[in-house]
Design a protein around this ligand. Structure first.
Ligand code: NAD
Length: 430
């Protein structure tokens, strides 16, 4: 390997704003690989998923008609340990999306110092049009099709978009039935009763809150003087808002798929959560003024948390963002074309692979607890999460400073370097 020439960096091809997620990931990967002088063979190795599986999932619908769904599982890399990554159910699930998300999981686990590789899976379906019975059948058939892929020492799924604790319970049960023994560690994000971890549900939002506080500290900002806007009011967004509020920040804007809301005096997050529990979305929330969805991201504020979906900050709106800090709760909320605009404006972006890594960290804790058969208190989960998030933030910050790059590229450098060095030590088996 060592006789090869260093990887040659080429300017990325121009890309559209609705980016191919894999190419978007690769653009950042290429910059980091160039700065690391990655050898071409190692570059090729790290960009290529080790396994890409497509399965067909035939289901007898409630009226007896047979429908066939397509399912995916991509193992990007398993050199650091068993691969880890969520399963999402959505109509636009594609292999390219799975490849990008699986690679992000590899980098996330490497940054967090978790002994896991990266994977992602999904089923192309519209869960809002499926009955609970159909969802169960899809989940069980998907799991049994992947029975040789999954396993506590091989590949460990978790929830992602439109999948939840119940779906993880069905994955665990199906796997356990095939293995003829109960195997809780095959999946994380399970209900507590089945070996789930305390604090898992709040973990991603808690990690975002810790990342936001770490970034604020770097800029000398005090929580009580800090205004925050959060896009997305689901698991990640609502918990980040709630925890930042508890730290003393003023949450002046929130939004979800139904609309955006602004109150310069501060939004009562408990009331907004109560409203969503009753009405499913923020639509009609009386505690703030309704504003345009686009205007939410462009509000005058100190910290912006995009925690809804990908491709929200693009080259079209990046120039209008006024926040000093962006904490990426969602995966891929900023397009590669928006990155240099934000950097030019001096906005400190805490990248997704660091900011939202609290979820996979507590998933790791869940896996550890399941394997040992001893369960931790919430205090222990939260204090270990806080320590690991702060350590990861520090390492990314130091790396970015050393290479004089953004935190995003710093995070990629840190992760790629760790995986590449592990590969060197292990060598290539042939
Ligand atoms: P969720 O389904 O609980 O919430 C998503 C929120 O975004 C909802 O409030 C929804 O109304 C809102 N939303 C959807 N489309 C929108 C739009 N066009 N404009 C404004 N708001 C919109 O999902 P989640 O688990 O909170 O995940 C959100 C993001 O965080 C995703 O990118 C996910 O991949 C990422 N993420 C989640 C976790 C986790 O543990 N849940 C971990 C890491 C990353």
């Amino acid at each position: 390997m060592s006789t090869q020439q260093p990887f040659i960096y080429r300017e990325p091809a121009p890309i559209l704003d609705k980016e191919n997620p894999f190419e978007s990931m690769m653009q950042r990967f290429d910059v980091a690989a160039h700065l690391l002088n990655l050898e071409p063979g190692v570059y090729e190795y790290l960009k290529t998923p080790v396994r890409q599986i497509i399965v067909s999932i035939p289901i007898a619908m409630d009226n007896g008609e047979v429908k066939v769904f397509e399912g995916f599982r991509v193992i990007h890399n398993d050199i650091l340990g068993p691969s880890k990554g969520g399963i999402r159910y959505a109509p636009d699930v594609s292999l390219d999306e799975m490849k990008a998300l699986a690679a992000w999981m590899t980098w996330k686990c490497a940054i967090m110092n978790i002994p896991f590789g990266g994977a992602k899976g999904g089923v192309r379906c519209d869960p809002s049009r499926l009955s609970p019975l159909q969802l169960e059948k899809i989940t069980r058939r998907y799991t049994s099709n992947l029975i040789d892929t999954f396993g506590p020492d091989r590949d460990v799924p978790a929830p992602d978009m439109n999948t939840n604790e119940q779906i993880m319970a069905w994955v665990m049960d199906t796997y356990s039935m095939h293995m003829r023994k109960t195997e809780p560690a095959v999946v994380t994000g399970k209900p507590l009763l089945l070996g789930g971890s305390l604090g898992r549900r709040e973990a991603t939002g808690r990690g975002c809150m810790i990342s936001a506080l770490s970034a604020m500290e770097k800029l000398g900002m005090k929580p009580k003087d800090t205004t925050v806007v959060v896009q997305g009011f689901g698991n990640v967004g609502s918990i980040t808002a709630q925890l930042l509020r508890e730290q003393g920040c003023r949450i002046i804007g929130v939004g979800d798929v139904s609309g955006a809301f602004y109150n310069k005096k501060g939004i009562d997050i408990e009331k907004a959560l109560e409203w969503v529990r009753t009405n499913r979305t923020l639509a009609g929330f009386p505690g703030a003024e309704a504003i345009d969805q686009d205007a939410l991201l462009e509000l005058e504020c100190d910290v912006l948390v995009p925690a809804a979906k990908e491709d929200q900050i693009t080259h079209r709106n990046a120039g209008k963002i006024k926040a000093k800090i962006i904490v990426e709760g969602a995966n891929g909320p900023t397009t590669a074309k928006a990155d240099p605009i934000l950097q030019e404006k001096g906005i400190l972006v805490v990248p997704d692979i660091l900011a939202n890594a609290g979820g996979v960290t507590v998933s790791y804790f869940e896996w550890v607890q399941d394997r040992v058969g001893y369960f931790w208190s919430l205090d222990r989960v939260n204090s270990r999460l806080e320590r690991m998030m702060k350590e990861a933030f520090h390492s990314v910050f130091v790396t970015a400073d050393k290479y004089k790059v953004s935190l995003r590229i710093g995070a990629y450098i840190l992760a790629i370097d760790k995986v590449a060095r592990t590969l060197k030590l292990r060598g290539i088996y042939a």
